[in-house]
Ligand binder design. Sequence first.
Ligand SMILES: O=P(O)(O)OC[C@@H](O)[C@@H](O)c1c[nH]c2ccccc12
Length: 264
Amino acid sequence: MNRLQKLFQEKKENILSIYFTAGYPELDATLRIAEKLEAAGADFLEIGFPYSDPVADGPVIQASSQRALENGMTVKVLFEQLKDLRKRVNIPILLMGYVNPMIQYGVKEFCTKAREVGVDGIIVPDLPMYEYEELYKNDFLDNGLSNIFIVTPQTSEERIRKIDDLSSGFIYLLSSSATTGSALDVSDKITSYYERVKSMNLKNPLIIGFGISDNQSFMRASKYANGAIVGSAFVKTLKADGSDYLSHIDGFINNIRSRNASSN
Ligand SMILES: O=P(O)(O)OC[C@@H](O)[C@@H](O)c1c[nH]c2ccccc12
């Protein structure tokens, strides 16, 4: 069992995951941000490896990706940084990115390396399900990695069942079909989509993402799922503008959890 599966066994609600882009705002920020997030109370992390054409991402994450590339971040550099990961961070870690850089690195090598450094799962939004099944499934499974699939309001029930069969971590429920960082959709249509998926009694836990930015949206998502992922709102707080970007992390997490800093 990997750390992610263990987390979901132990914790069933209000699970908070934070996404950030590796190499942003500074090349060597990755582990420092991860440590801070763990200390502040994040339950698991999603670390993005940058790519020049991040089609599912909105302006904030796109800009962070661009900057990370300019800073010199690559898959190779990231794995080098993650060598010390498990000396410093205990919570589950997912890598998130597009299939192209993975193929360039070699998917098998990517998965082997991910396990070596202590990664628990991977999210690849543009990897088609049949390609995963036909080509890469064993690379993931042999290395104990959870492949995280994404469900949108348009995904059919049949496909959701198939995804549930193939998943061994959680299912990522997108709160909309837009890009990352858009405003949270709170329409009845979205609510009934969450309820529809919830009532399917899937074996995998559900985590909602896209547009979660504060305590209100986090609590709302947590009503329909086991927890939520926050990306753009967090990335926005990280700026290498002379101020210490690490110092904003506690406050950000406390705000999402709606605790005051002293009750940490
Ligand atoms: O940025 P938002 O709206 O908080 O959404 C989460 C998101 O950032 C993270 O999970 C993510 C970043 N890039 C993605 C691409 C596809 C799916 C998910 C993601």
